[in-house]
Design a protein around this ligand. Structure first.
Ligand code: DQA
Length: 146
């Protein structure tokens, strides 16, 4: 199957950005690990990062025509603001798992609300980069069962 991993704003800065919260791993390292894991399991995985809301929306729309069957998304700060990205995911009706590196629930109150969680298949947060791999495992299990 085809899977897509989407990363929101400032995640291109991983490795440099608040390492106490987000760790030392870079986005390139996270993506490489996911692509390899998916390939070994016989699937195709694409990754995309943008700091622009419209670019993430356009990528979600393109996923439908490409036949993407599952999305993993860390909407980053757009988690707490973006009705538009939520609507894009609902528009294409591709199932998705929401991932956050940090445990947003033990951080500032404005990070406690997500525009995605109530329409996600599931949510993983607070487990760092492992969260993406765990989300990928869960996505592949879901695809195998469907
Ligand atoms: C984040 C949490 C968000 O609150 C924050 O704006 C981010 C990253 C995470 O992965 O922990 O940019 O999504």
């Amino acid at each position: 199957a085809k899977l897509l991993v989407l990363h929101g704003p400032n995640l291109n800065m991983l490795g440099l950005r608040e390492p106490g919260i987000y760790g030392a791993i870079t986005l390139a390292q996270i993506n490489e690990g996911l692509v390899q894991y998916a390939q070994k399991a016989g699937h195709q995985l694409d990754t995309f990062q943008s700091n622009a809301e419209y670019a993430l929306i356009d990528r979600i729309h393109a996923a439908r025509t490409e036949g993407v069957e599952f999305i993993l998304i860390n909407p980053a700060a757009f988690t707490h603001t973006s009705v538009a990205i939520r609507d894009a995911l609902l528009a294409v009706s591709i199932p998705f798992i929401e991932v956050h590196l940090s445990n947003v629930h033990k951080r500032e109150p404005f990070r406690h609300h997500s525009y995605f969680s109530d329409v996600a298949v599931g949510v993983i947060c607070g487990l760092g980069a492992s969260g993406y791999r765990l989300a990928l495992e869960a996505a592949l299990e879901q695809l195998a069962a469907s």
